[in-house]
Design a protein around this ligand. Structure first.
Ligand code: C5P
Length: 229
């Protein structure tokens, strides 16, 4: 069966405050996006890629795409809209039981081993799965005024990472329902959860960092160097 990769890359990276979106900043000599696509391709050389780009994007270079079968689609206002647009573009091509992995372009440090372990878990799971890392810090909830309202028990809390993988039909249904019900979803798993289903947590490496703030670029560079050592 076909493995589909959806890579939302239509964000404008406002929190970075850089002159170009973060996926186009240079990390160890190459754009962030080139690293991310290379890792995905190393793990799944025959997968089909759907890349969500800002329709006004001025920085993308197709030379960074190592896949034979790929297409670009226009991203939407929010991440979930970009992913929804990609799923729409696959209608007619993807089968309802095909696996779809969604991976943030801003996570270039994901390892081939984690990618393959996630897909192995997915193949044995009817609901779907995501890479996640147990929370290491004590978690506080604020009161809206800069003071601690309470401490959330850390036991059992996880950071949701990407990729997250689901069967095409289920993911389409979940995202459509979330949109219809006005549920804000910041990842695919939360749309599945809103249907009353429980995605599997697959423990992944903590160094699968998401580049969000300026200092994350240097962090990702150290992670890549350490992984290659
Ligand atoms: O904003 P954040 O860093 O959480 O975005 C996560 C991912 O979603 C990034 O890869 C970003 O490019 C993508 N995104 C998108 N369309 C949007 C907003 C974000 O594809 N409208």
């Amino acid at each position: 069966d076909t493995l589909w990769l959806v890579v939302p890359a239509a964000g404008r990276g406002r929190r970075m405050g850089a002159e170009r979106p973060k996926q186009y900043l240079t990390l160890a000599g190459r754009p962030v996006m080139a690293h991310t696509l290379a890792r995905l391709h190393q793990a799944f050389p025959t997968a089909r890629l759907c890349l969500c780009l800002d329709p006004d994007d001025r920085f993308f270079d197709p030379a960074w795409v190592p896949f034979t079968h790929w297409q670009r689609v226009s991203g939407g206002a929010e991440r979930a809209d970009s992913v929804g647009g990609a799923l729409d573009a696959l209608a007619g091509e993807a089968g309802v039981e095909d696996l779809v992995l969604v991976h943030d372009v801003a996570r270039p440090c994901v390892t081939v081993e984690d990618l393959q372990r996630l897909v192995m878990a997915l193949r044995q799971d009817a609901v779907g799965a995501l890479l996640a890392a147990p929370a290491a810090d004590t978690m506080k909830r604020d009161d809206g005024n800069g003071r601690v309202a309470c401490t959330e028990p850390r036991q059992g809390l996880w950071h949701a990472l990407t990729p997250q993988g689901f069967r095409y039909g289920l993911l389409c249904r979940a995202l459509a329902a979330a949109r219809h019900d006005g549920v804000a979803v910041t990842d695919e798993a939360s749309a599945i959860e809103a249907l009353g289903m429980a995605p599997r947590l697959v423990a992944g490496r903590r160094d699968n960092v998401k580049i969000t703030h300026p200092e994350d670029l240097a962090l990702a560079e150290r992670v890549l160097a350490a992984q290659q050592a």
